[in-house]
Design a protein around this ligand. Structure first.
Ligand code: ADP
Ligand code: MG
Length: 140
């Protein structure tokens, strides 16, 4: 195992319900260190680009609309095996299938409004981090 960095978003359904701190506590309690964090209102162009792999999916328009509906918190998390650890702590995409104690089981409202994003590979983590943070904004 190695120290990795992954990209995280606390999504609009969660920021709206004041869950930023509660979700960060789950991350920190699981050994993920928040080494960069910023609250932003995503533009339509940013959301479209971020989720462009899903452009052909039926939920793409709804997803872009959701991600731009309220502020989000973009983050870089660092830790041992951070990409897989973060995915584990987030839980399954559909909260109905998420394991007990995971962020999505605890807080997600639906498969779309599911409170958090996490990179699915180290390669995508690097690409996603670079979309929102410059190197000097990440303090490990
Ligand atoms: P994950 O976020 O777990 O990596 P995906 O990459 O498959 O999941 O999907 C990206 C995001 O698109 C999900 O987190 C969710 O917000 C939304 N989404 C996925 N599937 C659906 C669906 N069937 N209906 C509505 N929104 C969805
Ligand atoms: Mg994904």
């Amino acid at each position: 195992m190695a120290i990795e960095r992954t990209f995280s978003i606390i999504k609009p359904d969660a920021t709206k319900r004041n869950l930023t701190g509660a979700i960060n506590k789950v991350f920190e309690d699981n050994g993920l260190r928040i080494v960069a964090q910023r609250r932003i209102k995503m533009s339509e162009a940013q959301a479209q680009k971020f989720y462009e792999v899903h452009a052909e999916r039926p939920f793409y328009g709804e997803l872009v609309e959701f991600m731009t509906s309220e502020p989000v918190v973009v983050q870089v998390l660092e830790g041992e095996n951070a990409v897989a650890k973060h995915r584990e702590v987030m839980g399954a995409t559909n909260p109905a299938e998420a394991a007990d104690g995971t962020v999505r089981k605890l807080y997600a409202l639906s498969i779309g409004e599911n409170s958090v994003h996490g990179s699915d590979s180290l390669e995508n983590a690097k690409i996603e981090i670079a979309q929102f943070f410059s190197d000097d904004q990440i303090v490990g």
